[in-house]
Design a protein around this ligand. Structure first.
Ligand SMILES: Nc1ncnc2c1ncn2[C@@H]1O[C@H](COP(=O)(O)OP(=O)(O)O)[C@@H](O)[C@H]1O
Ligand SMILES: [Mg+2]
Length: 301
């Protein structure tokens, strides 16, 4: 393990050990350990309610885990979200959180505030020290908009972007904090197949720029194409972890997905193979999540 902040050396980027999160009588995450190495893309899958988002919240300081420890590049993380971002972990949310009435460019500039001396308020109020930093910041922000394919939308209000582009903008904003690790919570929820494929390429490109990625997603094809390693959470516990081949072939994983009640199911019980049925279940989950996220689109943090 290394404690360098350059993010170019090999080593462990994230180390979560024995993370447990209880809400009253409910244990949402139970004794989960997970590492992400530099240059890695790691997937986190599991049925709805398995504790995936809660685990992310424990990594980013949004929740203080009941038990366990989280380290980033060998240093124990603070429990304050802005200090976690400062340390080098950025995230996107399952339910998109953009500043709906700010432009695309402004949203990315806000994401940069942990990396500028001037800070958030100076950036928003355009204080005296801000002008100097502004040009650099804007250049960096525009570079990220180019990278995510949103440069032509720089002056559009975030709330007017189509859904898929809002998800991309969230990624651009997260990247603006120059993270060594990016956490993506259902980045393709609500996307069509082309957008999903573009997101896959984007995640590869992010990794190639030197940012490790931990991604939650219901879309199995997306996860298994993308990830070097996949961990499966079921009822708060890590059931299986391994390469996509190993996880895909694991009977317990298939069983865990088939065991999930599929709400609004339209009776597809026509003797499908288990793999197809599991995929149907995951599609249904994705659609539900997309609906839920749609309702929240436009919320400000
Ligand atoms: N703030 C909270 N208070 C109480 N229970 C919560 C809270 N957040 C999540 N939970 C519960 O924890 C469990 C895991 O939820 P979540 O992490 O959102 O699952 P996933 O992201 O895998 O679908 C669920 O039973 C959920 O209701
Ligand atoms: Mg979730």
């Amino acid at each position: 393990m290394t404690t360098t902040t350059l993010g170019t050396t090999t080593g462990t980027v994230l180390e979560a050990s024995g993370v447990t999160m209880r809400f009253g009588g409910l244990t949402a995450v139970r004794d989960v350990s997970l590492t992400v190495g530099s240059g890695e893309i790691v997937g986190l899958i599991g049925p709805n309610g398995a504790g995936k988002t809660t685990f992310f919240n424990c990594l980013t300081g949004l929740y203080v885990p009941t038990e366990g420890a989280v380290s980033y590049k060998g240093t124990r993380l603070s429990r304050k979200p802005h200090l976690v971002t400062q340390a080098g972990i950025a995230r996107t949310f399952q339910n998109i959180r953009l500043f709906a009435n700010m432009t695309v460019l402004e949203n990315v500039l806000v994401g940069r505030h942990t990396r500028t001396k001037e800070g958030l308020w100076s950036a928003l109020l355009r204080g005296p020290g801000f002008k100097k930093a502004e040009t650099t910041s804007e250049e960096r922000a525009m570079e990220l908009l180019e990278f995510t394919g949103l440069a032509h939308k720089r002056d559009h209000l975030a709330r007017n972007l189509p859904y898929g582009e809002q998800r991309k903008l969230e990624i651009a904003r997260a990247l603006a904090s120059e993270p060594g690790l990016l956490l993506l919570d259902e980045p393709t929820a609500g996307m069509n197949p082309q957008e999903t494929r573009a997101t896959q390429d984007l995640v590869f490109a992010i990794r190639d720029r030197g940012t490790a990625v931990l991604v939650i997603e219901h879309d199995m094809r997306f996860i298994f194409n993308l990830c070097d390693r996949v961990a499966v959470l079921v009822q708060g516990q890590k059931l299986v972890e391994g390469t996509p081949d190993i996880v895909q072939a694991d009977e317990r994983v298939i069983a865990a997905y088939l065991g999930t009640p599929v709400e609004n199911g339209n009776g597809n019980g026509n003797g499908d193979s288990t793999a197809e049925t599991a995929e149907e279940a995951s599609k249904t989950n994705t659609a539900e999540t997309a609906e839920a996220a749609d309702e929240e689109t436009g919320d400000t943090p």
